[in-house]
Design a protein around this ligand. Sequence first.
Ligand code: MIC
Ligand code: SF4
Length: 646
Amino acid sequence: MGKNIVQKIIDAHIVTGTPKAGEEVGIHIDQTLTQDATGTMAYLQFEAMGFDRIKTEVSVSYVDHNTIQEGFENADDHKYLESVAAKFGIHFSRPGNGICHQVHLERFGAPGKTLLGSDSHTPTGGGIGMIAIGAGGLDVAVAMGGGPFYCTYPRVIKVELSGTLQPWVAAKDIILKVLSVLSTKGNVGCVVEYGGRGVAGLSVPERATITNMGAELGVTTSVFPSDATTKAFLAAQGREEVFTEITADSDAEYDRVIQINLSELEPMTACPHSPDNIKTVREIGPIKVDQVMVGSCTNSSLRDIMTVAAALKGRQVAPGVSFGVACGSRQVFEMASRNGALADIIAAGTRILELACGFCIGNSQAPKTDAVSIRTNNRNFYGRSGTLSAQVYLVSPETAVAAALSGTLTDPRDFFGAKNGPSVSLPDTFLINDNMIVKPQVSDTLAVKISRGPNIGDPPSNSACPESLDGVVTIKVGDKITTDHIMPAGNRLKYRSNIPAYAEYVFEREDPQFAKRAAGFRDNGLHNLIIAGESYGQGSSREHAAICPMFLGVKMVVAKSMERIHRANLINFGIVPALFENPSDYDLLETDARVSIASYRQLIEKREPLLLSAGEKNIPLRVELTDRELEMVLAGGLINATKNKK
Ligand code: MIC
Ligand code: SF4
């Protein structure tokens, strides 16, 4: 039997385990990326594990999340990252060089390789035919040290594309359509592979928009074939030598096939407050908009910026609309300035934003109270924009620009006319200027001194799994709780390298007293438990959503279901991820309930069923761990487990 693309790449990288869907395998990682908000912890852990140089083919440290530098903290982090990169042989992409995923696609991505990134949108690299996976910083640190990355050998969902996109319908509409079919939950352990005749008409940046937002499906990653289009993109980036063709065998099998006819698609939007709350733009009708933001790692390529410029040319942004544009990389920015596109954008009345995550992570451009904000990024979780009462709709750049010009959410075909779309073609050669990427030195790195400002703390340690569990339900939350709910970003981002300070904001929006209560229980010798509904831990890879609860004494999360990256992060930091044997038992537990499990450690070790006692009730729980995960949970996390082996 032939292989699909996912099998071809993963099988070539397996170092442990059997390539069978659902089994845990360890894969060799060729490339890693980190960004500053997760990178400091990743490198502190890399240091703590005692490595002296990276063992990957290439590792890149990007600075794109915390670039506001209000106070010294971000700048301290940047300096730490720059010095660590110099010491351990890592490329350093300086602040101002652009968003990690966009820059990585342009300058480092290579078909057939594996990429592990401490950011959930690392699957952007799937657009160029890589198996690119998001993970917690600790997993990335291990991979930089040459260790395998453990994941479930995936089930593969094929999305078969036919037809051609009509004018004003974009790649973003394809992924919004996929989200409407697969939703954000229930896809753990799957990878999406794109194929079919419709693929050829999509450029690499368009494919990358699709694989980027594939993260919102909760799948391990998404991937496109590597074909003539990929080759042309790499040649235009001056990197043709890394091209290799990768396509699925004609008799390859898939676990599920979804058909999408591109000719039938229309402009769509993800309505507040979830990326899978999909409607067509026409269905919603012309609601008045206050803010429009174009950018983020989903839609900031040269293709997107040129499309926006072409649509804006000679027109004016509607009065009362705040319209901002952030290019994804310096390559995009410099090319758009040299070819005049930027001038058209500026002339229309646009706010030019820094080449960074910015509005997407909610650390700037928070909209006004009750605003309708139209954005091209990938997440519209409640409160993520920085304004709790804002209504955020996710759209393509085409729909965003129609909203900016008309002042209402409008199908771009109705505003510009259905026939003539902006015709933007990618150049034969991109402008190559890597002077903001600091290449690692090859020798004398032992002498490099690591810079540690006062914002750089030590990663906190955990104690081993307790003999018995005796504690409190410190919080009960509902379905689809994202890591943004657990560990808010936005204006709290500057504490990413300082766990005691950041821990004060755990579940800030759900229960502002959570941190105080949890620390109080912890200091009185009680264990904290989190009770959750479906799909707990959606969204970002931030391991702080595990480290900070660990710091506050959380020992166990009991949920109806849990997302992949967050579950792995919990285990890495010694928090037990348990599931309700009977999901309806969720209703039996309330916040503040006293709970216990006698012989807890022993039962986990022997893989025996756990019964959570809460007053008169006994609730059966399921803890499914591989041998490797069990060892970590018993030791109180990966770092302890590694130390125990020495
Ligand atoms: C995000 O989009 O939520 C982030 C911020 O990029 C996160 C990483 C982080 O929390 O630092 C992600 O997607 O993993
Ligand atoms: Fe940055 Fe937003 Fe992309 Fe996350 S999703 S990497 S915050 S641009």
